[in-house]
Design a protein around this ligand. Sequence first.
Ligand code: UDP
Ligand code: MG
Length: 313
Amino acid sequence: MLISLIVPCYNEEESLPIFYNAACEITKTLSDKDFEFIFVNDGSKDKTLSVLKSLAETDERVKYISFSRNFGKEAAMYAGLENSHGDYVAILDADMQDPPSLLPEMVRLLDNDEADIVAARRVTREGEPKIRSFFARMFYRLINKMCEVEIADGARDFRLMKRIVVDAIISLGEKQRFSKGIFAWVGFRTKWLEHLNVERVAGETKWSFWKLFKYAIDGIVSFTIAPMRLATYCGFASAFAAFCYMLYYFIRAIILQIYNDVPGYPSLLCFILFIGGLILMALGILGEYIGRIFIEVKRRPIYITAETNNDKK
Ligand code: UDP
Ligand code: MG
């Protein structure tokens, strides 16, 4: 039985040797299984590629796929899945935040047929900036309210999957991928392994606040049309409010004969600003979806390989 380990790498020259050694130790304990490493170099600007090449020279289980530029972790994971041959496939970060020591337990659970996917989930967010944890938690609460599929808070991309699950994931051909949603959407029996947060061993995180914000928007818009509906509701609400306001002035003027002594400048301004804001919001939401359609209809590949030692499937 072959197990593929997929590792997306972006500027990970320092973490890679540590990761590789730790993973090798684990593969030794699972001596009845064969392994292949699929390292995806996501357009790193440091020496990641040469580190990978030297690993590949000494260990024939090491395959690398090197992108022509940085396409993002989602693309890197997709490339790994597409090029994997294993009966079981795992996705791990190169920075040891996905502890390879969980692998034997994951393999055991799949072997016993207790699940089709064993996924890791961190129960603490220690060591992470407080503000990031706060927004992350808000994001999961929001997305789970709006979407049909449940996306677990603290769920990582770290998971071991059976071939049938991998094939299902690859069959979803969308170009803008939000894996956490895709994993949930394809279904299958999932078992969660909980672990404490681990800080990365070397290098630094590639996420900035802005990148995470875009990721959150991507996640929401690619899995639900609830925001569009929200815009519609807001439109209705503001139209109704305007109607009531009109009625109020109408009754005041015609029936009660009370007239404004100053022209209704403040109320008018409020209304214009309010409605203007709503229209802009609705347009923005529409724009998000139309932009997505635009990118999908171009049907561009998810990634472009510059070099690899992996035989094409
Ligand atoms: N990564 C990648 N492409 C990117 C950003 C990150 O392949 O554009 C990889 C990175 O090398 C690491 C994993 O994705 O193996 C997770 O990245 P990071 O540790 O920066 O994210 P965090 O753990 O902070 O969420
Ligand atoms: Mg990390």
